[in-house]
Design a protein around this ligand. Structure first.
Ligand SMILES: Cc1cc2nc3c(=O)[nH]c(=O)nc-3n(C[C@H](O)[C@H](O)[C@H](O)COP(=O)(O)OP(=O)(O)OC[C@H]3O[C@@H](n4cnc5c(N)ncnc54)[C@H](O)[C@@H]3O)c2cc1C
Length: 374
């Protein structure tokens, strides 16, 4: 089958790697001049690697990742509010984003990836789907996979109603070297009145950090922030945080407003389907956006291998729409609690977090594993 994949991000390239294994004729179209990831580090949950068992890609990813055993939430004094141990018998990893993308890309035939190819629209007809490019060229395929991210042109072409919804906070991110964290297998988040600060270990004594602050959409005040502003805002946090921020270079700090999508009712529109952020962009609070994009790709490949074309698409739709809706809603709810800046709410929140047994907190994310892969 001739398949077009729009977007060479984590989702699109995972789909390309897995569908090439089935000997489909794949072409990936990427708008940029190279395959690149914006972002410092990324966490890939055990749900992804367990679904990739049996694929070489899983080995490639494991080789580059730092194993994470637990996620901790702490207050501004460094007191632990909760510890979620990650599900036993699963491998949870953190990687540099570009490393993850490079690993996935290495499993895709290089001639299948066309950079500098911006897609402007797609048109479904009964037997084919026509992909149109900015340079006015067009090409016909049997299936088109829209993996073109939050502001998807493919989603707009199929007239989906859903538009990105701003969630009220913006996130700074960076990557630091030569840090020797006390707990190199624990990801930490400090929840404070001024915002949330995350410190996440990577292999080779690297780490990535993020700072999530309440802000207006496109907030000029935060666009003007540089390293010293962040240091000043969080200089009351424990030494570990201060040390990590200190290691950050003056340049290279990323800033992104946080959006998600109202859950769509379907990801399949004739011979076109949506995958990854194009289908179900979520806030980063569960660390599952890229993981869910990869799961989409795995489920789609399994369905196309197991069922005939129409049944494969409808099975993909029913499995992925329902599951990712839960991820979006849960992640959005966590964001609302975690981003609170109201002193009373924070006191109550921190008190409740301390008394809830850790086991109950760990159980909160168990639904992520409870989904079928074909
Ligand atoms: C602050 C933050 C932290 C996060 N942390 C995590 C985490 O720890 N774990 C996790 O799993 N997820 C995390 N995520 C979410 C994750 O980054 C995304 O869910 C993931 O990158 C989505 O991958 P994708 O391939 O669907 O889309 P994208 O990565 O957006 O890729 C889309 C690709 O399509 C291309 N494209 C777009 N339009 C066109 C067009 N018209 N024609 C051709 N090409 C086009 C783009 O250039 C891009 O290369 C985080 C997100 C944020 C904002």
């Amino acid at each position: 089958m001739k398949i077009a994949i729009i977007g060479a991000g984590i989702g699109g390239l995972t789909a390309a790697a897995l569908l090439q294994e089935q000997e489909h004729e794949i072409e990936v179209f990427e708008q940029h001049g190279s395959v690149q990831e914006l972002g410092a580090g990324i966490g890939i949950g055990g749900n992804v690697l367990s679904k990739l068992t049996g694929h070489d890609l899983a080995k490639g990813i494991k080789n580059e990742g730092q194993i994470i055993h637990a996620m901790q939430v702490l207050d501004n004094k460094g007191k632990t509010l909760s510890t979620a141990t990650l599900k036993e018998n699963t491998i949870n990893l953190t990687l540099r984003r570009q490393t993850l993308l490079d690993v996935i890309k290495s499993y895709v035939e290089p001639t299948a990836i066309h950079t500098d190819h911006q897609v402007t629209r797609i048109d479904n007809d009964n037997d084919k789907v026509i992909v149109q490019f900015e340079n006015k060229e067009q090409k016909a395929f049997d299936l088109c996979i829209g993996a073109d991210g939050l502001h998807s042109k493919v989603r707009a072409s199929v007239k989906s109603e859903s538009k990105p919804i701003y969630q009220g906070y913006t996130v700074f991110r960076g990557l630091v070297q030569d840090v020797h964290l006390k707990d190199p297998h624990v990801a930490k988040e400090y929840w404070t009145k001024q915002g949330r600060v995350g410190v996440v270990p990577l292999i080779n004594n690297e780490a990535y950090w993020f700072i999530s602050v309440n802000a207006k959409e496109n907030d000029e005040k935060f666009k003007a922030y540089a390293k010293p502003h962040l240091q000043a805002r969080f200089n009351h946090l424990p030494e570990e945080v201060r040390k990590v921020l200190d290691k950050q270079e003056e340049t290279g700090i990323l800033l992104h407003d946080i959006y998600d999508l109202k859950p769509l009712k379907t990801f399949v529109y004739g011979r076109t389907l949506l995958l990854g952020d194009a289908a179900h962009a979520t806030t980063p609070n569960l660390g599952q956006g890229a993981g869910q994009a990869m799961e989409d790709a795995i489920v789609l490949a399994n369905c196309l291998k197991t069922y005939d074309f129409d049944n494969a698409l409808s099975r993909y739709d029913s499995l992925r729409v329902a599951h990712t809706k839960k991820v979006i809603k849960k992640s959005r709810a966590i964001g609302k609690i975690a981003q609170s800046s109201n002193t009373i709410v924070i006191k109550v929140r921190d008190l409740i977090s301390k008394v809830i047994p850790n086991k109950l907190i760990s159980n909160q994310s168990k639904f992520i594993y409870k989904t079928k892969d074909k």
